[in-house]
Design a protein around this ligand. Structure first.
Ligand code: AMP
Ligand code: ZN
Length: 114
Protein backbone atom coordinates (compact mmCIF):
# COMPACT_ATOMS: atom_id res chain seq x y z
CA UNK A 1 0.00 0.00 0.00
CA UNK A 2 1.39 3.36 -1.08
CA UNK A 3 -0.20 6.50 0.32
CA UNK A 4 -1.91 8.66 -2.27
CA UNK A 5 -1.87 5.87 -4.87
CA UNK A 6 -5.39 5.77 -6.29
CA UNK A 7 -5.09 2.15 -7.41
CA UNK A 8 -3.78 1.01 -3.99
CA UNK A 9 -6.87 2.68 -2.56
CA UNK A 10 -9.07 0.72 -5.00
CA UNK A 11 -7.24 -2.49 -3.97
CA UNK A 12 -8.06 -1.65 -0.35
CA UNK A 13 -11.69 -0.80 -1.20
CA UNK A 14 -11.14 2.69 0.16
CA UNK A 15 -12.59 4.31 -2.95
CA UNK A 16 -15.31 2.85 -5.14
CA UNK A 17 -14.67 1.08 -8.42
CA UNK A 18 -16.73 -1.21 -10.62
CA UNK A 19 -14.74 -4.32 -9.72
CA UNK A 20 -15.41 -7.28 -12.02
CA UNK A 21 -12.73 -9.66 -10.74
CA UNK A 22 -10.67 -10.03 -7.60
CA UNK A 23 -8.40 -12.68 -6.12
CA UNK A 24 -5.47 -12.69 -3.71
CA UNK A 25 -3.08 -11.15 -6.30
CA UNK A 26 -5.14 -9.14 -8.78
CA UNK A 27 -8.07 -6.74 -9.12
CA UNK A 28 -9.87 -5.86 -12.38
CA UNK A 29 -12.33 -3.00 -12.72
CA UNK A 30 -13.95 -0.80 -15.35
CA UNK A 31 -11.97 2.25 -16.42
CA UNK A 32 -13.64 5.46 -15.24
CA UNK A 33 -13.14 7.05 -18.68
CA UNK A 34 -13.66 4.23 -21.20
CA UNK A 35 -11.98 4.42 -24.61
CA UNK A 36 -13.98 1.48 -26.00
CA UNK A 37 -17.31 -0.28 -25.29
CA UNK A 38 -15.33 -2.56 -22.99
CA UNK A 39 -12.41 -0.95 -21.17
CA UNK A 40 -11.20 -2.61 -18.02
CA UNK A 41 -8.01 -2.25 -16.03
CA UNK A 42 -6.23 -5.26 -14.59
CA UNK A 43 -3.84 -4.44 -11.76
CA UNK A 44 -1.68 -6.37 -9.31
CA UNK A 45 -2.54 -5.81 -5.65
CA UNK A 46 1.19 -5.29 -5.11
CA UNK A 47 2.23 -1.70 -5.77
CA UNK A 48 4.64 -1.86 -8.72
CA UNK A 49 5.01 1.67 -10.15
CA UNK A 50 5.62 0.82 -13.82
CA UNK A 51 6.29 -2.14 -16.11
CA UNK A 52 9.97 -1.20 -15.87
CA UNK A 53 9.89 -1.91 -12.12
CA UNK A 54 8.84 -5.55 -12.59
CA UNK A 55 11.43 -7.78 -10.88
CA UNK A 56 12.28 -11.39 -11.62
CA UNK A 57 10.29 -12.40 -8.52
CA UNK A 58 7.20 -10.68 -9.97
CA UNK A 59 7.11 -12.77 -13.15
CA UNK A 60 4.68 -15.39 -11.73
CA UNK A 61 2.38 -12.48 -10.88
CA UNK A 62 2.62 -11.16 -14.45
CA UNK A 63 1.86 -14.64 -15.78
CA UNK A 64 -1.15 -14.79 -13.47
CA UNK A 65 -2.40 -11.44 -14.80
CA UNK A 66 -2.22 -12.86 -18.31
CA UNK A 67 -4.30 -15.84 -17.22
CA UNK A 68 -6.88 -13.50 -15.70
CA UNK A 69 -6.97 -11.53 -18.97
CA UNK A 70 -7.92 -14.69 -20.88
CA UNK A 71 -10.61 -15.52 -18.32
CA UNK A 72 -12.01 -11.99 -18.62
CA UNK A 73 -11.97 -12.29 -22.42
CA UNK A 74 -14.63 -14.98 -22.08
CA UNK A 75 -16.62 -13.24 -19.36
CA UNK A 76 -16.65 -9.89 -21.17
CA UNK A 77 -17.68 -11.41 -24.51
CA UNK A 78 -14.47 -10.49 -26.29
CA UNK A 79 -14.13 -13.76 -28.22
CA UNK A 80 -13.41 -11.71 -31.37
CA UNK A 81 -10.32 -10.26 -29.73
CA UNK A 82 -9.15 -7.33 -27.70
CA UNK A 83 -6.26 -4.92 -27.21
CA UNK A 84 -4.00 -5.13 -24.16
CA UNK A 85 -1.94 -2.04 -23.35
CA UNK A 86 0.49 -1.22 -20.58
CA UNK A 87 1.66 2.38 -20.80
CA UNK A 88 5.13 2.52 -19.27
CA UNK A 89 6.26 5.73 -17.58
CA UNK A 90 5.72 9.30 -18.76
CA UNK A 91 7.10 8.63 -22.23
CA UNK A 92 4.51 5.88 -22.68
CA UNK A 93 1.64 8.08 -21.54
CA UNK A 94 1.32 6.55 -18.08
CA UNK A 95 -0.65 8.73 -15.66
CA UNK A 96 -1.31 6.41 -12.74
CA UNK A 97 1.94 5.02 -11.38
CA UNK A 98 0.67 1.65 -10.22
CA UNK A 99 1.17 -1.05 -12.87
CA UNK A 100 -1.99 -1.69 -14.87
CA UNK A 101 -3.03 -3.30 -18.11
CA UNK A 102 -5.79 -1.76 -20.20
CA UNK A 103 -8.03 -4.36 -21.84
CA UNK A 104 -10.09 -2.82 -24.64
CA UNK A 105 -12.58 -4.24 -27.11
CA UNK A 106 -16.22 -4.82 -27.94
CA UNK A 107 -16.25 -2.29 -30.79
CA UNK A 108 -14.45 0.84 -31.84
CA UNK A 109 -11.33 1.58 -29.80
CA UNK A 110 -10.53 5.29 -29.60
CA UNK A 111 -7.04 6.48 -30.44
CA UNK A 112 -5.04 5.64 -27.37
CA UNK A 113 -3.19 7.31 -25.84
CA UNK A 114 -4.66 10.58 -27.03
P1 AMP B 1 -2.57 5.39 -17.79
O1 AMP B 1 -2.54 6.61 -18.63
O2 AMP B 1 -2.11 4.16 -18.52
O3 AMP B 1 -1.85 5.58 -16.47
O4 AMP B 1 -4.09 5.11 -17.50
C1 AMP B 1 -4.73 5.41 -16.31
C2 AMP B 1 -6.18 5.04 -16.49
O5 AMP B 1 -6.79 4.99 -15.22
C3 AMP B 1 -6.97 6.01 -17.35
O6 AMP B 1 -7.56 5.31 -18.45
C4 AMP B 1 -8.03 6.54 -16.38
O7 AMP B 1 -9.27 6.77 -17.02
C5 AMP B 1 -8.10 5.44 -15.35
N1 AMP B 1 -8.54 5.84 -14.02
C6 AMP B 1 -8.05 6.86 -13.27
N2 AMP B 1 -8.68 6.90 -12.08
C7 AMP B 1 -9.57 5.88 -12.07
C8 AMP B 1 -10.53 5.40 -11.12
N3 AMP B 1 -10.70 5.98 -9.93
N4 AMP B 1 -11.29 4.34 -11.46
C9 AMP B 1 -11.13 3.74 -12.67
N5 AMP B 1 -10.25 4.14 -13.60
C10 AMP B 1 -9.48 5.19 -13.32
ZN1 ZN C 1 -0.37 1.60 -5.77
Amino acid sequence: MVENCIFCRIVNHEIPAKIIYEDDQVVAFHDISPKAPVHVLIIPKKHIPTLAHVQEEDLPLIAHIHKVVLQLQQELGLQNGFRLIANCDKGGGQEVFHLHYHMLGGGKIEAFPE
